[in-house]
Design a protein around this ligand. Structure first.
Ligand code: NAD
Ligand code: WQD
Length: 335
């Protein structure tokens, strides 16, 4: 069984990916410092999977800990999820973001080269596209200057990966550019755990429906879109998790020194107001919301062209927006 190190594997996307990896015959080894997750996720994963996953609590920039893991496990690959991701906080504390998001990648790459671990899947983001002129965005759409230090870390990490692969370090890398991950495992045993007030739309919607937040503010309704609210490509976290499994399988077929990048979205754009209405309809609950001012720096509309990942990785999403919003609500109800 191929062992895959999952940095940030106790987090939202990492935990769902661990489930999908096990289903596909991989053995995930999780390293997470729990800076944005809870150790209880390991119990929940055990309930879903039926066995305890190997877990190291610690910073994936800690080279000694990585050495220890490599002594205890023969690693075939790494999926590097670990990063800080709060866009607003990154503008206030940029060094914290550059340190963790770039520093952890540099350590992981040096470690992989030293241990001859070949395959890496990296968590990138559609944030690298900024507001594109032409929609949907393909992987060839030019990247733009980042809106935030967080976004910039993703862009720089992609550049580091390209340079590292070119240097004939002997590793094969795929960057997955996630669009907007939503939903939760259909069992409602794992899901997103936002700390404090959620910055993202769907956790804010579910917390408002649950009465934790009094009111959701829709940031603007006079944009040039179907109903005036912004448009995003909301991808179910289980489909996103599956893309990592497909990416690893594909990497295994490549020559050394391979780098490529794939969009991971549904290919459909939905407005913020559509999300609220769909959430209400599918779950039979009301969301108290009002229209408020625009959020500074918001992207007006973006959705993915998924032709590349569909054809090359043979990856296709199987969950609808309704499924995502039902699963997000079922998860919220457990909190
Ligand atoms: P998350 O915060 O739920 O998961 C990240 C995990 O990494 C957390 O469990 C955290 O404790 C851990 N972590 C952070 N720094 C660490 C370190 N140095 N060492 C060990 N563990 C560390 O976030 P997520 O939503 O699962 O995101 C995973 C990845 O996907 C991140 O790289 C994020 O930037 C990227 N991404 C997320 C989104 C999104 O909207 N959720 C969109 C695009 C890209
Ligand atoms: C979605 C839409 C808001 C909250 C962020 C990061 C980006 C990437 C994905 C990681 C927008 C609207 C939101 C609210 C609202 N993450 N909204 N009221 O803006 O696509 O991007 O997540 O890489 O880097 O910036 O996601 O969930 O914040 O917002 O009206 O209370 O919902 O204006 O149009 P976004 P989001």
């Amino acid at each position: 069984m191929k062992k895959i190190l999952i940095t940030g594997g106790a987090g939202y996307i990492g935990s769902h990916t661990a489930v999908e990896l096990v289903k596909s015959g991989f053995e995930p080894i999780i390293i997470d410092d729990l800076s944005n997750s809870d150790v209880k996720v390991l119990d929940r994963l055990e309930e879903i999977i039926g066995k305890r996953l190997t877990f190291y609590k610690g910073d994936c920039s800690d080279r000694n800990l990585l050495e220890q893991i490599a002594e205890e496990h023969e690693l075939a690959g790494v999926i590097h999820f670990a990063a800080f991701k709060a866009v607003g906080e990154s503008t206030m504390q940029p060094l914290k973001y550059y340190q963790n998001n770039l520093g952890s990648l540099l350590t992981i790459l040096d470690f992989m080269k030293a241990k001859q671990i070949k395959d890496l899947v990296f968590s990138s983001s559609c944030t690298v596209y900024g507001q594109p002129d032409v929609l949907p965005v393909t992987e060839a759409t030019p990247r733009q200057d980042a809106e935030s230090p967080y976004g910039n870390t993703k862009k720089i990490c992609e550049d580091i990966l390209m340079d590292f692969v070119k240097s004939q370090a002997g590793i094969r890398v795929i960057s997955l550019r996630y669009f907007n991950p939503v939903g939760a495992h259909p069992s409602a045993k794992i899901g997103e755990l936002p700390k404090g007030t959620p910055a993202n739309l769907v956790p804010f919607v579910t917390q408002t429906a649950a009465g934790i937040r009094e009111k959701l503010t829709v940031f603007g309704d006079d944009y040039d879109t179907a109903d005036g609210s912004c448009v995003r490509d909301f991808i179910h976290v289980m489909d996103l998790a599956d893309a990592h499994v497909k990416a690893l399988a594909y990497l295994g077929e490549q020559q050394d020194y391979f780098y490529d990048v794939f969009n991971v979205g549904t290919g459909n754009g939905n407005t913020v107001l559509e999300v609220i209405r769909t959430f209400e309809n599918v779950n039979g609950v009301k969301v108290n919301f009002e229209i408020g001012p625009k959020r500074a720096g918001d992207i007006v509309k973006i959705w993915a062209d998924t032709a590349k990942i569909n054809s090359i990785l043979n990856w296709h999403p199987s969950y609808s927006l309704e499924d995502s919003l039902r699963d997000s609500w079922n998860w919220q109800k457990t909190l």
